[in-house]
Design a protein. Structure first.
Length: 298
């Protein structure tokens, strides 16, 4: 597998970078299954570098975007939509916050997965559109929610239409070129539009306590943000954070336990009970960010 080495930070272009963590897997062994949203093989990381200028942590050497896109296009994740109820509880909180900001109704979700968030947004009156690399998840969105997603890389998405809201929900940590992503967002967002970002916080207390076992250390994650690096990225394209908080996950007890104990998937008698019990996980290890351009900060 052909990896490329960086001499500059892919976020701020600084040369002031240094090795941060050594890899814990062989890149030659990866396949589309390693990129499932519900993957439970925590602690697997690429060779990571850290930028001393903006604090961004990134894979280095890295797998180019075109190679990652091919892996994601073949990724199948049937467990993702099995957890629709739990994910919906978290997504409803996002939509409630958006309602208070009172944006327009044209919404684009980049990295839309199986369409759960877009389905809820549509029920809340949004005109929804989405981008998803996985053919399997695009089919899930159509089958389960009758939502048509653009299947492919976000860079190939047409820029003729502008959106009032663009969401990057657990997306930006999956791509090797975050600055290019924000440039595309800038082209697609209305002048007064709102950008919503949810992404892991590598400087969180949970990340420090969990160390190499932190659940966000996984093959699919090729970049890790702190609040400093997020602010740096957003400011490059004229965005200012208007609201921020730590994201709270909501999952069924079944989902949580089967991440830890895979053999529980075979315990059919327990599944119905475990799926009825939902827990809020206030791990405080992901940022939930709402941003507007500087001229619209009022």
């Amino acid at each position: 597998m052909q990896l490329k080495t960086r001499e500059n930070c892919p976020l701020c272009n600084s040369k002031n970078i240094h090795p941060f963590k050594t890899p814990t897997f062989d890149p030659e062994t990866i396949d589309p299954g390693n990129f499932k949203i519900t993957d439970h093989h925590y602690g697997k990381i690429w060779p990571l570098s850290k930028c001393n200028s903006c604090s961004y942590v990134f894979s280095n050497p890295f797998l180019p975007a075109e190679n990652l896109s091919k892996l994601y296009s073949h990724m199948k994740d049937p467990d993702y939509c099995d957890e629709t109820k739990g994910r919906s509880k978290s997504f409803k909180t996002l939509l409630n916050r958006l309602a208070k900001l009172n944006p327009g109704k044209k919404l684009l979700d980049i990295g839309a997965a199986g369409g759960i968030f877009l389905h809820l947004a549509q029920k809340n009156g949004f005109d929804v559109h989405g981008i998803e690399a996985s053919t399997f998840l695009v089919d899930q969105a159509k089958t389960l929610f009758d939502i048509d997603l653009f299947q492919g890389d976000m860079m190939d998405f047409p820029t003729g239409k502008k959106y009032d809201v663009i969401t990057l929900l657990d997306f930006i940590e999956h791509i090797p070129e975050p600055a290019a992503c924000l440039k595309k967002v800038d082209e697609l967002l209305e002048k007064s539009g709102i950008l919503v970002v949810v992404t892991p916080d590598i400087e969180s207390k949970t990340a420090r306590i969990m160390g190499k076992h932190w659940w966000h250390f996984r093959i699919a994650h090729v970049g890790y943000f702190s609040l400093t690096s997020l602010e740096n990225l957003l400011s490059q394209y004229g965005f200012i954070i208007i609201y921020k908080k730590k994201y709270r996950w909501n999952f069924s007890l079944h989902y949580i336990l089967t991440r830890l104990f895979q053999n529980l998937k075979n315990k059919k008698s327990l599944q119905k009970f475990l799926k009825r019990v939902h827990l809020i996980l206030p791990l405080s290890d992901s940022w939930e960010i709402y941003a507007r351009r500087y001229e619209d900060k009022s």
